[in-house]
Ligand binder design. Structure first.
Ligand code: NAD
Length: 433
């Protein structure tokens, strides 16, 4: 039932937030504003969505290989723990800020609830360019960061995982550091670990697989044939590279790829396997042979049916949304579309499959990993992929039906499904004390 919430019901901005309209946190707040009118009596609790439960800022000093000491800013934010322990990745990037980590943790709250995983939302990050560190420096930084946030993480409190520029090796160091500090082996404290340390088969490709599965479901509903469809992908890492591989295997043509080193284009379709191997070796797409160079803004005007932003947040601006020829946007990245761009895409009839369902494959298999660690019983990769498919198709179907029933875009529908679950848990638990 639609209920209007007066603007005056919203409380003041948090004191430590800069109200820049295009910041990830403001994007998230705008998304919450759009869902509140559909929450009925639960809207009473909506303010809980607009503030993180807990935000920890840590100093991460490390000794560099040359003997000098450098300090890095680290964060771990637990946005909401109403439905279970915190869950969300750790990002290493020079642009990481508290505000960005807050937004990413809030999207984890929504994502975990939208998919029905028994978790709250959390996220972490260090403001660092990891390419500037040696392997030993990276290890020291990861271990010190893990120790610093050790007071709020744990298998039943908050379970980190990989995100941009973090990987199974970094998760192994985190697991080992936490375990050393508690005097035991706590495999369930992080997910995305190497297989021999309690990692799960299928985890590495799970996010990209989820982008493919939800994209396939969405394409079927709008009558878009994937065989021969042209795909443009921004970000060719863990998410974009795998999604591109699976779409290519389904007969689509990946015509354009852009990453932080540049862009490549091939009308007849790039050789995705070779591009993945090239990126692995050269850390970027720049210089890849058998393709034309695609510069900056031209990426957004490329002729395509499917656009997959799979790099960072805020990439799909209003102007870029006007340029795209895509019929469908699959949000591999978290928060890639600004609210104004969402409106343009809606007006232009472009379907947006929102991040909170589109890239939920990773956290879903992280959940499987956590469950397997507790039971010390491990499933086959086929079993993992079948369970992933079942959960994502079920969650996507519920969101699609909500979208049709309320006549709202998929993002608002996903937020309705998720926020109802979060706020029902909130209301049932009651306010402490
Ligand atoms: P990654 O580090 O493996 O890859 C990031 C990619 O983004 C790289 O190809 C990089 O070149 C590109 N990139 C960075 N800055 C860019 C820029 N300014 N312009 C163009 N490209 C740029 O990271 P990932 O794990 O693939 O994560 C990508 C996105 O997916 C992030 O938004 C992340 O939060 C989200 N995500 C990741 C997972 C996961 O399991 N890894 C799960 C859910 C969501």
């Amino acid at each position: 039932m639609l209920q209007q919430v007066p603007a005056s019901a919203r409380q003041e901005h948090l004191s430590y937030i800069s109200p820049h309209p295009d910041s990830p946190w403001q994007t998230y707040l705008a998304q919450v504003d759009r869902v509140v009118p559909y929450l009925g009596p639960l809207a009473r609790w909506a303010e809980t969505l607009r503030r993180p439960k807990r935000a920890l800022i840590v100093d991460v000093p490390i000794e560099m290989d040359d003997g000098s000491v450098r300090h890095f800013e680290g964060f771990r934010v637990q946005h909401n723990l109403s439905r279970g322990p915190g869950k969300g990745g750790v990002r290493y990037h020079p642009d990481v800020t508290l505000e960005e980590v807050m937004a990413l943790s809030a999207w984890m709250t929504v994502k975990n609830a939208a998919v029905g995983l028994p978790y709250g939302g959390a996220k972490g990050g260090i403001r660092v360019d990891p390419e500037q560190l040696s392997r030993k420096e990276l290890e020291r930084m990861t271990r010190r960061y893990t120790s610093e946030i050790g007071i709020i993480i744990g298998p039943q409190q908050d379970i980190p995982a990989p995100d941009v520029n973090t990987n199974p090796q970094i998760m192994a160091w985190m697991m080992d550091t936490y375990s050393m500090n508690i005097g035991g082996t706590a495999t369930g404290v992080v997910t995305g670990k190497p297989i021999q340390l309690g990692g799960s088969l299928g985890r590495v490709k799970a996010t990209g697989r989820g982008v493919y599965v939800t994209g396939r479901e969405a394409a079927r509903r709008i009558g878009l044939e994937l065989r021969g469809a042209r795909i443009a992908v921004q970000g060719f890492g863990n998410v974009g590279g795998v999604a591109a591989e699976l779409f290519a295997a389904a007969g689509a043509k990946v015509v354009a790829v852009q990453d932080h080193t540049g862009g490549v284009f091939r009308e007849s379709g790039l050789d995705v396997a070779r591009l993945n191997a090239y990126v692995h070796e050269h850390h970027g797409v720049a210089g890849f042979a058998d393709a034309d160079v695609l510069t900056g803004e031209d990426f957004w005007g490329v002729g395509c049916e499917v656009l997959i932003p799979a790099a960072l947040e805020g990439q799909l601006t209003e102007a870029r949304a006007r340029r795209t020829t895509a019929k469908m946007v699959l949000e591999g990245a978290n928060g890639p579309t600004l609210p104004a761009a969402d409106d343009v895409l809606l007006d232009r009839g472009v379907l947006v499959v929102p991040d909170v369902i589109c890239n939920a494959g990773g956290v879903t298999v992280s959940y499987f990993e956590w469950v397997q660690d507790f039971s010390s019983f491990f499933w086959s990769e086929d079993e993992i992929n079948a369970r992933l498919e079942k959960i994502l198709v079920g969650a996507f179907t519920a969101i699609w039906e909500t979208s049709e029933r309320l006549k709202v875009p998929l993002r608002t529908a996903a937020f309705v499904v998720a926020c109802e679950r979060v706020l029902e848990a909130r209301a049932e638990r009651g306010l402490y004390p």
